[in-house]
Write a new protein. Structure first.
Length: 181
């Protein structure tokens, strides 16, 4: 065997990884299909370099999660094994969780759609569109402008006004344990 030829297990691993990407990434699947047909690959979209990552503080996220737990029992709902319950029972619980969590989101976050158009609208994205705010799906080839159908308007936080917390408050405690005496 030549050094430039991958071994069986390397080929098997590569095949499994490619299989997963073909199922989940339509652009990659299109590339494989073109390669199989012997066609040349269209020019790739040049993505700007990714900015360096920075550390974030979990405090605000934990505070918001605690508020969702307080009003909507969100963590309780997610941690519950719902397999034993009927769809009607789950639906009833989901209604309570939804109502409480929606109240918190509306009280502390000002949300707005990323795109103003109605879902299902046709739109054209010019060169230089904000790739962090708009994710392209489907057969993404070539360079902008791109014309497509808006499948989801997206959401962005226009504002956030979480309550102040006392010095020394442990934000990691999302819900205190309850002991009845």
């Amino acid at each position: 065997m030549h050094d430039s030829q991958p071994g069986f297990f390397t080929r098997l691993t590569l095949a499994l990884r490619a299989f997963g990407r073909i199922l989940t990434e339509s652009g990659f699947a299109g590339d494989v299909l073109r390669l199989e047909r012997g066609e040349s690959r269209p020019p790739a979209i040049v993505e700007p370099p990714k900015p360096p990552l920075r550390e974030t503080s979990p405090d605000s996220a934990l505070q918001l999660l605690a508020l969702l737990q307080q009003e909507g029992r969100f963590v309780d709902f997610l941690e519950e094994n719902v397999a034993a319950y009927s769809d009607a029972e789950i639906g009833g619980a989901a209604r309570v969780v939804h109502e409480g969590c929606r109240k918190i989101i509306r009280d502390y976050l000002q949300l707005e759609p990323v795109r103003p158009e109605a879902e299902g609208s046709r739109l054209t994205l010019p060169a230089g569109f904000d790739a962090a705010a708009v994710r392209l799906t489907g057969n993404v080839v070539g360079q902008p402008p791109f014309t497509g159908t808006l499948m989801h308007r997206g959401w962005r936080a226009a504002g956030i006004t979480l309550p102040k917390i006392a010095e020394g408050h442990d934000v990691r405690v999302l819900a205190a344990a309850e002991v009845e005496l």
